[in-house]
Write a protein that binds this ligand. Structure first.
Ligand SMILES: C[S@@+](CC[C@H](N)C(=O)[O-])C[C@H]1O[C@@H](n2cnc3c(N)ncnc32)[C@H](O)[C@@H]1O
Ligand code: SF4
Length: 499
């Protein structure tokens, strides 16, 4: 068996992936509404580690990739469904140390010495987008990493100066930055505030001292809480990242951690299930990742979900909870409604209308592209208008819910007509709930949280999956389920969009 990419729906865009052959192996089963419920219930009888993994993209990284565009004009050749706005992502790969669970491409420790040069390149890349964005307002900025607060004050100031010079910020723009304990002294918080930062995403992970000590994060619970205190007082709009699913985790570690953050008045909390892509033993065998603690994670997640709801938090995204009115989460939510996302920095993933793209993941090729006057993009996908619509539908369904009226308004498509039988079957199986014109997945759909939304892909896409090598289909549940279920569209999709 060939060593295909390690997983279907995670950070495998740049891993080796199978070519989809145009000679498809056979036709999708025709839609027989009566048999759809049975086919679904049989095909979904799988258990794997896909939920609640935290990296997920639609369309999945299987489409044949295209070369990078020659210019921003080419990248932005399609009209946007939200024409007068965009959001901005900046990536800083530097961290104090490499946490032992993290598989992001980061540059730890002394690597920070490269930051001065890196920031210069970020500013040059930023400038490449200035003209094409000049008549649009920037609604939100997300400065992520890595640990961007590990950058020196003067570099942060330089970057914000660049942003203000190159882009028009909306008056009420949400400006977020990621941080982790040990990089957020009082002076840094004051600087961030003066630069306009109005939201902080702070990764503490756990308040269990023993568990924290096993993560290679080099700070104590007290230090984290002292910094958090200052951030809450000066910025207020703070999200804290927590994690669960570690082998050495005590039974109530997550619950106790969440209780403490609630007591401290943290208005927004993210709960991440540990994702073990880096030490997946099945990787060499070319098999799909298997997670022994899968059922435990589902249980811990459900308990946390219940606890947070009782305390007044509401689910904003699949793993993010916030107290209404006390925090904002605009940038992350808007990532899924096809708003243009200009993304800068190594490995950054952006979205131009109908064209998701990704930057070079290595500093050397990233710098070389910019030196040659090219956008540092390594790969793009070209989406049809219907795939763009489904990008929004499947992402929103997975993360929260879909509002059928707003889809109709934005794309001119009545989803209830196009996917009538699929929606009815999923409701009958107890995986989907419909309240007026809102569709939302039920708790019993949790196991299939990454798969069910993809069933809303157009049949043409599932048909294409039939061209995947047989062993790939066998190994990776999502494409396999999509193909086994057969047709899911009850009617053609006619997207009424301008080209
Ligand atoms: C992009 S990281 C950056 C945040 C910041 N550097 C920190 O660690 O506090 C965002 C969050 O992803 C989560 N994360 C990182 N690696 C993970 C993994 N292997 N599985 C699940 N969550 C992970 C952590 O909760 C982390 O705070
Ligand atoms: S500080 Fe954050 S980004 Fe850096 S290694 Fe740790 S989890 Fe990953």
């Amino acid at each position: 068996m060939k060593p295909y990419s390690v997983s279907f729906n995670k950070r495998s865009r740049l891993n080796r992936m199978p070519e989809i052959s145009h000679k498809t192996a056979g036709l999708l089963q025709p839609l027989e509404p009566d048999g759809l419920t049975e086919r679904l219930s049989a095909s979904l009888m799988i258990e794997n580690d896909f939920y609640p993994c935290f990296d997920w993209t639609f369309p999945p990284p299987l489409l044949n990739k295209s070369e990078a565009p020659a210019s921003t004009d080419e990248l932005f050749m399609h009209a946007s469904v939200i024409p007068d706005a965009f959001s901005l992502y900046l990536h800083s790969p530097f961290c104090k140390s490499l946490c032992n669970f993290c598989y992001y491409t980061i540059i730890p420790g002394r690597g920070i010495e490269k930051a001065e040069l890196y920031v210069d390149y970020l500013l040059r890349e930023m400038n490449m987008y200035a003209e094409v964005m000049q008549d649009k307002k920037c609604e939100s900025i997300y400065f992520g990493g890595g640990t961007p607060t590990f950058l020196d004050d003067h570099l942060l100031a330089k970057l914000f100066e660049g942003i203000n010079k190159n882009f028009n910020l909306a008056d009420n723009a949400e400006i977020s930055i990621e941080s982790s304990p040990g990089t957020l002294p009082l002076g840094k918080v004051e600087l961030l505030r003066s630069l306009g930062v109005n939201r902080l995403s702070y990764g503490i992970q756990t308040l269990d001292e023993k568990l924290l000590a096993s993560m290679n994060r080099h700070y104590s619970v007290d230090e984290a809480l002292r910094e958090l205190d200052v951030a809450l007082a000066l910025i207020g709009n703070v999200n804290v990242d927590t994690m669960y699913g570690f082998e050495n985790e005590s039974e109530h570690a997550l619950q106790d951690t969440l209780q403490k953050f609630y007591d401290l008045g943290v208005p927004s909390l993210s709960i991440y299930a540990l994702d073990r892509q880096r030490d997946n033993k099945n990787k060499e065998l070319g098999l799909p990742p298997k997670d022994e603690s899968y059922a435990d994670k589902i249980r811990i997640f459900s308990e946390a979900d219940h606890f947070l709801f009782q305390k007044g938090y509401r689910q904003i995204l699949q793993n993010v909870y916030a107290i209404p009115g006390k925090s904002t989460y605009r940038h992350q939510v808007r990532r899924w409604d096809n708003l243009t996302l200009v993304s800068l920095g190594v490995a950054a993933q952006g979205y131009a209308p109908r064209t998701p793209y990704q930057n070079y993941p290595a500093l050397k090729s990233y710098y070389r592209a910019i030196d040659e006057g090219r956008l540092p993009i390594v790969t793009v996908d070209h989406l049809s208008a219907e795939m763009e619509l489904i990008r929004e539908v499947s992402s929103q369904l997975r993360f929260t819910q879909i509002d059928l009226d707003s889809i109709q308004h934005k794309y001119g498509v009545n989803l209830y007509i196009v996917f009538a039988d699929l929606i009815d079957s999923l409701i009958e199986l107890g995986y989907l709930q419909r309240e007026l014109n809102t569709l939302r997945m039920t708790p019993s759909a949790s196991y299939y949280n990454n798969i069910i939304p993809m069933l809303f892909a157009p049949d043409a896409f599932s048909q294409q999956l039939l061209g995947l090598p047989e062993e790939y289909l066998q190994a990776f549940p999502v494409p396999s389920v999509m193909v086994q279920v057969g047709c899911t569209q009850s009617a053609p999709i006619e997207v009424s969009l301008c080209e």
